[in-house]
Design a protein around this ligand. Structure first.
Ligand code: ADP
Ligand code: ZN
Ligand code: ZN
Length: 753
């Protein structure tokens, strides 16, 4: 944390009032000087008169933001003010410091529920008379043709306590009838406030607890022993999908709960909530809840409150579940820790893995990361000994690793095959259609950047300075194409022939799922095809619907983007085709190789999940690329070694760090000028330590919604140098009175701009 010896405190007042959700400055009285800390709850005078309200210290500073003579003094420190909320504010502060954003944005991030929404009232109808009296009353009503009253009394004679919803619903008894019977003292309506459930209606309850394998047991014991000895660490479980990681998570959670603590289970995507929830619910019942954006505001508010009260032990959800207000947090588990969705794409652009690390430090908790293809960051830290790693090698539920073919699209072209399907893939699809087995075809649309590659020799146009692919920008009217680097702005004219082999088959690479679906219909007329991509999954349940259709055998082939790669097991899928591995290889950023390796490995893992053996076809123009080679042989270590030496050589994360500074402006010239001045200011910082500045340049998407976007990157070995530069830029933005949201920071970005 920064300077805590300043004379002024910036305090945010009770944040449930939207309007007051900004810091107000107070003078720190002598008595509290040195006592006050960031995150503390304080009482402050607010508004006219003597009114004192509660607030939270956001910042302690010597910088005067307002007229000093008019500043009021902090009244006192709230003595019992330590609670989840103070922790959240500390965490928000940390996020603000490390990722750069306004405090309000950081606070909103850590407080996913800002307003308490009233609990729902559950009404129950209780019979006030003896069973025989109730039955007798029912007959009397019947005789008087008061059918509804009769129905209700008869039901109550059998079941003296009934939920009101059943009576008004299934029994079709009107509210007036209920009132009348209540007046007659035959029944009583009882009301009770209850929490909304975040769980879907009918979850299977019973499920057997697995006897852990020796390897699984060893991991659990080792981490649990650490935990009871008070050792808190970050652990990595490196194990292929199906190797039993989730069983390990559940056992660990059970142990930690037994020690009186709570756990957060992070999953990369909302779409995976249900399958995770089912397994956890079978084991932990109502002590589990979920928190995600698909819940209603009331459901979210209730889960937040239940978590704060300690009514639940486990919170499952995507990255925002990290902010469940657990008072006794002991364990955070992050499944598929390499997934890009753990990084927030809006301000503050935090990475949930790092925030989880900080949260665990604050709460004295341990962090367990799991993945079949760990992020290069995590593996790097594991190699340095900062993270303790465990390996699970075998699949437990049977099924061997599939056979992988790498098909060279250059030789397909040479022998006259211009189809999007290699001959091998074509033949294997035919074979599966004959056998009645299923095929998944996968295309990675991440490579929208339009890299330019030679279809004869595989040569890819690259930036001479940044060693990432250049992207093609075509002027639609003049038909002139330029090749642009999105890191440094390097530009060169488009090419019409390959600089390496002279072929004229050099072009921007584009292909979509819809196009593939059409081709499939043409080439395999009898095949039943399902498509899953952003277009076909716009509706709320379409994702689950398509997957369950495929699982039920309603289609032979499922075509999709990366969203089909994750999480689901289809017993009858024995063939996986990756149509263009190159799309993600050349996305134009330093993570392209890593992302490709992960996608190929995961996609390959979809084949042969049951007794039937599986085959995988990877189609590519660059069969010799290390990401392809190591994915084909399922060799993580081999991939990592090559990847890390590239990162080291080029000064990319995790060996060094990178900060993207995105400048947004309504006016292109102003934006360019601000970006230039900021980059200049960045260059002046830490002169002795030589930060590298790349850019500024226009962003890849130069304008969105009429807002112009300019970008520059700062690279340095030390993260602190980058946050220092960020602080200097923030001060400059403040001094120039530029709008705080006009500049966005992104540390170790997951994508390029
Ligand atoms: P992961 O999380 O690594 O994908 P899971 O925990 O989901 O792996 O396990 C994969 C499959 O193996 C599941 O069907 C699970 O029920 C089963 N499984 C896991 N551990 C065991 C075990 N010790 N004994 C038997 N089956 C197990
Ligand atoms: Zn060529
Ligand atoms: Zn470049």
């Amino acid at each position: 944390m920064t300077n805590e010896t300043g004379r002024f405190a910036n305090v945010i007042v009770d944040i449930s009032h939207e309007k007051l959700d900004r810091p107000f400055q107070y003078r720190i009285p002598d008595a509290l000087m040195g006592e006050l800390e960031v995150g503390m709850a304080v009482m402050i005078p607010f508004g006219r008169g003597d009114k004192r309200i509660r607030g939270y210290v956001m910042e302690i500073t010597d910088r005067v933001d307002y007229d000093e003579a008019k500043l009021k003094e902090v009244d006192s420190i709230v003595k019992d003010g330590i609670g989840a909320q103070d922790d959240s504010i500390r965490l928000a502060w940390w996020i603000r410091e490390n990722y750069g954003s306004t405090m309000i944005a950081a606070l909103k991030t850590v407080l996913p529920v800002k307003k308490k929404i009233k609990q729902v009232v559950k009404k129950t109808i209780v019979c006030k008379v003896q069973t025989d009296v109730a039955a007798q009353k029912a007959e009397e009503f019947e005789a008087k043709h008061q059918k509804a009253k009769a129905r209700l009394m008869r039901e109550l004679a059998a079941h003296p306590v009934l939920p009101q919803t059943l009576i008004t619903g299934k029994l079709n008894v009107a509210a007036q009838t209920i009132q009348a019977l209540e007046k007659a003292c035959l029944i009583e309506v009882q009301a009770e406030e209850v929490y909304r459930s975040a769980l879907p209606g009918k979850l299977p309850v019973s499920g057997s607890k697995k006897q852990l394998s020796e390897n699984q047991g060893r991991i659990v014991d080792s981490i649990a022993v650490d935990f009871s000895a008070g050792i808190r660490q970050t652990y990595l479980i490196h194990g292929v999908t199906g190797s039993g990681k989730t069983e390990v998570y559940m056992e660990l959670i059970e142990r930690v709960i037994a020690m009186g603590r709570q756990a957060i289970m992070l999953i990369p995507e909302i779409a995976l909530t249900y399958q995770t929830l089912v397994r956890f619910y079978q084991r932990f019942g109502d002590r589990v809840s979920v928190m995600n954006s698909r819940l209603s505001a009331g459901e979210r508010s209730d889960q937040y409150e239940r978590a704060a009260k300690g009514d639940i032990d486990i919170m499952i959800g995507p990255r925002s579940a990290l902010f469940a207000p657990f008072g006794r947090l002991g364990l955070v588990i992050m499944d598929e820790e390499h997934e890009g969705s753990y990084k927030s794409e809006s301000m503050p652009k935090y990475h949930a893995r790092e925030v989880a690390g900080e949260l665990c430090r604050m709460k004295d908790a341990s962090l367990v990361l799991g993945s079949a293809t760990p992020s290069v960051e995590t593996y790097y830290r594991a190699k340095k000994g900062e993270i303790r790693m465990y390996v699970l090698r075998e699949r437990l539920a049977g099924g061997q690793l599939p056979k992988v073919y790498v098909e060279d699209l250059r030789s397909e072209l040479k022998s006259g095959n211009r189809s999007i399907f290699s001959r091998r893939l074509h033949g294997l699809i035919d074979d599966r259609l004959e056998k009645g087995e299923q095929t998944m075809l996968f295309i990675n649309r991440r490579g929208y950047a339009g890299f330019v590659s030679c279809r004869s020799c595989g040569h890819v146009m690259k930036c001479p300075h940044c060693d990432v692919s250049l992207s093609e920008h075509t002027d639609r009217y003049q038909k002139i194409s330029r090749l642009v680097c999105h890191y440094c702005g390097y530009e060169t004219a488009g090419v019409t022939s390959c600089p390496r082999c002279g072929s004229r088959y050099i072009l921007g690479f584009r292909a979509g799922t819809q196009q593939i679906e059409e081709l499939l219909h043409k080439e395999f007329p009898t095949a039943r095809v399902l498509r899953m991509d952003a277009d076909t999954t716009k509706n709320k349940d379409s994702y689950e619907r398509i997957l369950s259709q495929f699982a039920d055998g309603d289609a032979d082939i499922l075509v999709g983007t990366q969203m089909i790669v994750k999480g689901h097991d289809f017993a009858k899928v024995t063939l996986v085709g990756i149509l263009a591995a190159d799309m993600s290889l050349h996305a134009g950023d330093y993570r392209a190789g890593e992302r490709t390796f992960q996608l190929l490995t995961q996609a390959a893992g979809r084949a042969g999940r049951s007794a039937l053996p599986g085959e995988v076809v990877i189609q590519t123009y660059q069969p010799e690329h290390y990401a392809v080679v190591h994915a084909a042989s399922q060799d993580y270590e081999g991939f990592y070694e090559e990847e890390i030496s590239y990162r080291d050589l080029m000064g990319y994360p995790p060996v060094a760090h990178m900060m993207a500074v995105l400048v947004l402006s309504e006016d292109a010239l102003t934006g360019a000028e601000h970006a230039r001045e900021l980059a200049e200011q960045a260059r002046r910082q830490y002169n002795d330590r030589r930060p590298v500045i790349i850019g500024p340049t226009e962003a890849m998407i130069g304008r969105i919604n009429d807002i112009y976007r300019h970008i520059f990157y700062v690279k340095h070995r030390e993260y602190q140098v980058l946050t220092g530069i960020k602080d200097a830029l923030e001060q400059m933005i403040h001094a120039r009175q530029w709008s705080a949201d006009s500049v966005q920071f992104d540390f170790d970005p997951m994508n390029h701009y």
